[in-house]
Design a protein around this ligand. Structure first.
Ligand SMILES: C[S@@+](CC[C@H](N)C(=O)[O-])C[C@H]1O[C@@H](n2cnc3c(N)ncnc32)[C@H](O)[C@@H]1O
Length: 294
């Protein structure tokens, strides 16, 4: 009898310790154990000492983002098996990281040679089941139907996370193609094309899910051009709400600027401007606007 009572007490105590898993509809983070997720960044200043070069990642494309950005976004804003839609797929960083975290991905890239190159990073089965790559213009109307067809094959109607890492206007020329956002005649045209891509993404994204825009600013004709904030405005015009504007330190993550560092410093001192050390990671949600108190 006494033994039974003791067992019951022990059982009760163990039941009190094991809390049920509590997650949001858009990720697998167990909020009842939130202290365990020390790796997840929740601040607005991101700094990574070095670029991740393991787990399938390499610095093989000038202009690819550091894989840790994808790692953070995927863990924070997707559940296992969810589909991430990347409309500027480049060297496929998002696809590699999606696979590493047991998520799936659809990537659209304009340059056929990049599509062929990135396809080699996955085996034939993965290219059907996990990472679908489409060659095409993400600003076009017909791309939406192509993506929808892939979503259907993968058993979903919508994507669960949208990733947008466009060219930063003409800072890096990615090709000579007229559809390439790095080839726009004016920055205004760049914004318009960007918005067309973002609109396609918005339409394909599941309600209440998130989008991430990774972008930097530029200088032209001796003045600062805020690509990031104009693109943020364009996202909001589509119906997205801004959830976060994160500033990421890019020093040490870029190709070595050692040789030209002094030249840039001279130019900065001479021209009254400052040298870029950051880019933005902006987080948006496709959700109904809450009424703002006036
Ligand atoms: C900044 S890079 C993206 C890099 C990528 N996040 C990675 O980690 O490799 C931008 C990419 O967008 C592509 N691009 C430019 N205009 C495009 C368009 N209209 N549709 C699809 N891709 C486009 C470029 O060819 C380039 O590869």
């Amino acid at each position: 009898m006494i033994q039974n009572k003791k067992n019951l007490k022990q059982k009760k105590a163990s039941l009190e310790v094991v809390k049920p898993i509590k997650t949001k509809p858009y990720n697998d983070i167990d909020l009842n154990n939130w202290k365990l997720y020390e790796n997840i960044k929740t601040g607005t200043w991101w700094e990574f000492p070095a670029r991740e070069k393991k787990n399938g990642h390499s610095y093989d494309y000038h202009g690819n983002y550091i894989p840790q950005i994808a790692t953070q976004l995927i863990e924070r804003y997707t559940k296992q098996n969810d589909i991430i839609l990347d409309l500027f797929f480049g060297s496929g960083t998002t696809g590699i990281e999606a696979k590493n975290q047991n998520r799936r991905c659809i990537g659209v890239e304009l340059k056929q040679e990049m599509v062929d190159y990135v396809a080699q990073k996955f085996n034939p089965k993965e290219l059907v089941v996990d990472v679908n790559i489409i060659q095409g213009d993400s600003a076009s109307i017909d791309i939406k139907e192509k993506i929808k067809a892939r979503l259907e094959i993968m058993g979903r109607q919508n994507a669960q996370l949208l990733v947008l890492h466009p060219p930063y206007d003409d800072i890096i020329k990615f090709s000579n193609m007229k559809e390439d956002l790095s080839n726009c005649a004016t920055t205004e045209e760049f914004y318009d094309l960007f918005q067309k891509v973002a609109k396609n993404g918005y339409d394909l994204l599941e309600q209440n899910r998130f989008a991430a825009l990774i972008i930097g600013d530029k200088y032209a004709n001796s003045r600062y051009i805020s690509l990031g904030f104009e693109c943020q405005k364009r996202m909001e015009e589509l119906g997205f709400i801004t959830k976060a504007v994160i500033v990421k330190n890019i020093t040490g993550n870029e190709k070595a600027k050692g040789k030209t560092a002094n030249l840039w410093r001279y130019r900065a001192l001479n021209g009254g401007f400052n040298i870029f050390e950051h880019e933005y990671i902006m987080i948006f949600q496709k959700t109904k606007l809450k009424k703002v108190k006036k």
